[in-house]
Design a binder for this molecule. Structure first.
Ligand code: PEP
Length: 247
């Protein structure tokens, strides 16, 4: 049985006062061993979030890391720095970074490797554009991104894959359950072909406009092991029902 994961990506939202949402979330949900809960706040909040989350069962993750261990990279953050805050996870290859920062699969793979070297779990994001879907290329595009972004040392313990169709992120549009099933089954087959049992055990999240009112439908798919949630993770009142739908 794969442990489920509800991961919240706060993106560039939140100040210290927002950390009250962690306590509110812990209060609003009934923790259960089968479901991990993760909040990825902006980097300046990582340490305080890790402290605030102690004893709540909520894990803390970053939204990006550099692929090198250290060096002259003004403004960047290394995986070791993230681990030093108490965080345990890091998102890599989010489509907003792939687009705005021109990150390609090789760079994302390097970031995942850097995360693993610091014992962080890497949440590797992949997703097709609307044009790619309309051209009928979704499965090939995703297989290519998965192959290129996942390092060879990926295991079920150190890697989570998040399928996030770019056209569904922040738009309120969601693929049909059939489309989600098709993609997740395809990704599972690719993971098993490459990683064997580890590929079977690796978590596959869906992300893109997950909300309290559509979460239960999305979670019906066998190979959906949880969600990466943006907007609806900012408030405990929105994120808690999504977690409950997963449990
Ligand atoms: C995301 O950015 O990872 C995301 C899924 O955003 P939203 O839930 O707001 O679509």
């Amino acid at each position: 049985m794969r442990r489920k994961l509800a991961a919240g990506n706060w993106k560039m939202n939140g100040l210290a006062a927002s950390l009250k949402e962690l306590a509110a979330l812990a209060q609003a949900i009934t923790a259960d061993d089968q479901t991990g809960i993760l909040i990825c706040p902006p980097a300046p909040l990582l340490y305080r979030a890790s402290e605030a989350a102690k004893g709540t069962g909520i894990s803390i993750g970053a939204q990006d890391c550099h692929g090198d261990a250290d060096g002259a990279y003004t403004g960047d953050i290394s995986a070791a720095m993230i681990a030093d805050t108490g965080a345990t996870h890091v998102i890599v290859g989010h489509s907003e970074r792939r687009e705005a920062h021109h990150e390609d699969d090789a760079e994302v793979r390097g970031k995942a490797r850097a995360a693993h070297a610091c014992d962080l779990t890497a949440i590797i994001c992949i997703g097709e554009t609307e044009a790619e879907r309309e051209a009928g290329n979704t499965l090939d595009i995703l297989a290519g991104q998965l192959a290129g972004s996942c390092p060879d040392n990926a295991t079920a313990a150190n890697t989570v894959i998040a399928y996030e169709p770019i056209w569904a992120i922040g738009t309120g549009r969601v693929p049909t359950l059939e489309q989600i099933v098709e993609v997740h089954d395809h990704l599972r087959a690719k993971l098993i072909a490459r990683f064997g049992d580890e590929g079977h055990a690796m978590r596959l999240l869906y992300g893109g406009s997950v909300k309290p009112d559509n979460a239960a439908t999305i979670f019906k798919a066998d190979n959906v092991d949880g969600a990466l949630v943006g907007g609806a993770s900012l408030k405990a009142t929105d994120f808690a029902p999504i977690i409950t739908a997963l449990q």
